[in-house]
Design a protein around this ligand. Structure first.
Ligand SMILES: [Zn+2]
Length: 603
């Protein structure tokens, strides 16, 4: 983001990341770095480090990492331009006025403003309908009957879309809505019989529905969820949402977050439910820190959004809907993002909404207090599903649990989980415990008690040569060009575990871009980003690495490549023998000889 010579680059050069992070986190010097408690995940011992020379930060617990701008973006929940402005202000660099927008940009902004306005007008219209029309009063009686009092209806801005078919459309037109804005809003549909341009053939998308405004984190209404009133006679699906629009992306919005986020931060946890009514039910029961996913499963964007306010969540999904698989997907996403997850399991056949209505608010709060750590919940399920008296049953139970374990990003927590699970499942055979611990450590998803399988895993796991080479490439720019040339000539990075990373380094070198941990990480997916930040903080006897050392890493990678190729050729030879394909066999045998010789010479 900070291109060399750009204003962002200038600001970055003047900013001291240690001082800037120090404004938010109490940092202590440790070796050449600074460490402190991570502001992005809850912890008691510091795993958050700041590198004053490289001007980056990295958390070894949750994997957060980046440069000074990324830190401010994450900390202040702002986009890059705003982070740039904040950092510039702190270091006293004056930013030039923003360049004039392109006409397209200006047009898009105007359109978004118009659409937000339409949604405000629509929300006011729906609320008015619920309040003062005959049809609306019936809807209101229905809501009251479901335990939503007038105060709650008002607090959540709930309204009613009448059945007339064009009531909202007429109102919005009266208020001056343009045909383009109406068409883009998702509030109206178009009758296909009027295929031409213009706004003939438009009608209300939502009819005879209780309307729930859906707002962004900052509280702007950008969409609606509509629940059909009465379950029968062609009233369409029970729930209907606004379609995606220039202001609404379903995967990036959590229902009720704008109201709940204060409480979420204060209590440092969120309650996560599925639907609007569940959310409102939990809220009226006193859980003001509740948000809803409003879909079958969470999206990564929603998890990130929630992660800005807390990393603790109590999941309260409907236990026996089609949701079980969706629930697991959601839980996995949360684990991957370093969340501490608890599970509130309500009695079968109830969801948060119906539970609160039947048992009352106090009972729900009690359940909330009793919510179990995800681990306990899983162990309980394993106990129910497998016979833990037999060795096979125990292995099967562990295989059921390992995929969850493998998703926990923090190594120490994974190890803790592993030993706790062994205890809970009363697994005391040392061999099984050891396998579980290893599998958890290596983030494997399967237990195999065979020595040959173990060997394969070990071979695949450690690739110190690649890691070290990458570290040298980053730390020692003086020899970088030479190593990269040798690597590319020999294609040593092809098929390597870090191939993606090396290819990116090569591309950056070709484009003559500055190569640092931060600039490289920016271009890579999260797993690779973590590795790079980890490497940046790893100290290899203070040495930046020599050309000789780099060459020996390259040679090791070459050997690994040759070995892999040799294994493949040997397999092909077996196949060719079986197929009695003598021509192919001859070629393969000579290829095998070449490879063996090359391998011999490389040792
Ligand atoms: Zn962290």
């Amino acid at each position: 983001m900070a291109e060399p010579g750009s204003i962002a680059d200038k600001v970055k050069q003047q900013a001291d990341i240690v001082r800037l992070v120090g404004d938010y986190v109490r940092l202590k010097k440790s070796g050449q770095n600074f460490v402190g408690l991570c502001p992005f995940h809850p912890e008691k011992t510091p795993s958050f480090a700041v590198h004053p020379v490289k001007q980056i930060y990295h958390c070894f617990g949750c994997g957060a990492g980046g440069d000074v701008f990324k830190f401010v973006m994450e900390m202040e929940k702002v986009a890059f331009p705003e982070a740039l402005r904040l950092v510039a202000e702190k270091v006293g660099v004056r930013l030039p006025e923003r360049a004039p927008r392109t006409p397209e940009e200006a047009k898009a902004t105007r359109q978004r403003t118009a659409l937000v306005k339409l949604h405000e007008q629509a929300a006011a219209f729906f609320a008015e309908q619920l309040e003062s029309t005959k049809e609306g009063r019936l809807a209101r009686a229905y809501l009251n009957d479901r335990g939503l009092d007038d105060e709650t209806i008002k607090a959540f801005g709930i309204g009613y879309a009448p059945g007339a078919g064009d009531a909202l459309l007429r109102r919005l037109r009266e208020l001056g809505a343009s045909p383009e804005a109406l068409a883009a809003s998702g509030l109206v549909n178009k009758d296909p019989a009027y295929s031409g341009a213009g706004d003939r053939g438009l009608y209300d998308r939502f009819r005879r529905r209780v309307m729930f405004p859906i707002a962004t984190e900052s509280g702007r209404i950008v969409a609606f969820g509509g629940r059909a009133l009465g379950e029968s006679e062609g009233s369409g699906p029970k729930y209907m949402n606004s379609p995606e629009s220039p202001i609404y992306s379903k995967s990036r919005v959590l229902y009720n977050l704008h109201r709940a986020k204060e409480a979420v931060r204060k209590q440092n946890y969120a309650v996560l439910v599925e639907g609007y009514l569940d959310c409102i039910g939990a809220h009226t029961a006193g859980a003001t820190n509740v948000v809803a996913s409003c879909g079958t499963s969470l999206t990564p964007e929603q998890v990130k959004l929630l992660g800005r306010s807390t990393h603790n969540v109590v999941v309260n999904f409907d236990p026996d809907t089609a949701g079980v698989a969706a629930t697991e997907r959601s839980l996995n996403l949360l684990l991957e993002q370093g969340f501490q997850v608890r599970v509130l399991a309500l009695p079968a056949g109830t969801d948060p909404d119906s539970f609160v209505r039947q048992q009352g608010a106090a009972a729900y709060r009690e359940k909330l207090k009793e919510s179990k750590p995800y681990l306990d919940y899983l162990a309980e399920r394993a106990r129910g599903d497998f016979d833990l008296h037999s060795q096979e049953g125990k292995i099967a139970a562990l295989n059921f649990l390992l995929p969850y374990l493998a998703r926990v990003p923090n190594k120490i927590r994974r190890a803790e989980w592993a030993s706790e699970l062994a205890q809970r499942l009363t697994i005391d055979e040392a061999l099984v415990r050891e396998e579980l611990r290893r599998a958890a450590q290596e983030r494997r998803t399967e237990i195999r008690l065979r020595p040959e399988a173990k060997a394969i895993v070990e071979r695949g796991a450690a690739k110190p040569a690649e890691r070290r080479l990458l570290q040298i490439l980053l730390d020692n720019p003086g020899i970088r060009a030479d190593i990269l040339k040798e690597m590319e000539d020999a294609a040593a990075h092809r098929g390597a575990g870090l191939e993606k990373v090396f290819s990116e380094v090569l591309a950056m070198a070709r484009a003559e871009e500055a190569i640092t941990s931060a600039t490289l990480a920016e271009r890579l997916p999260e797993a690779e980003q973590r590795l790079i930040y980890e490497l940046a903080f790893e100290e290899k006897g203070q040495s930046a690495g020599t050309l000789e050392e780099a060459r020996s890493c390259l040679a090791a990678m070459q050997r690994r490549k040759l070995e892999a190729e040799l294994r493949a050729v040997q397999q092909q030879i077996l196949d060719a023998e079986r197929a009695k394909n003598n021509d192919a066999l001859r070629d393969l045998l000579s290829r095998k000889q070449q490879l063996s010789k090359a391998l011999e010479e490389s040792r």
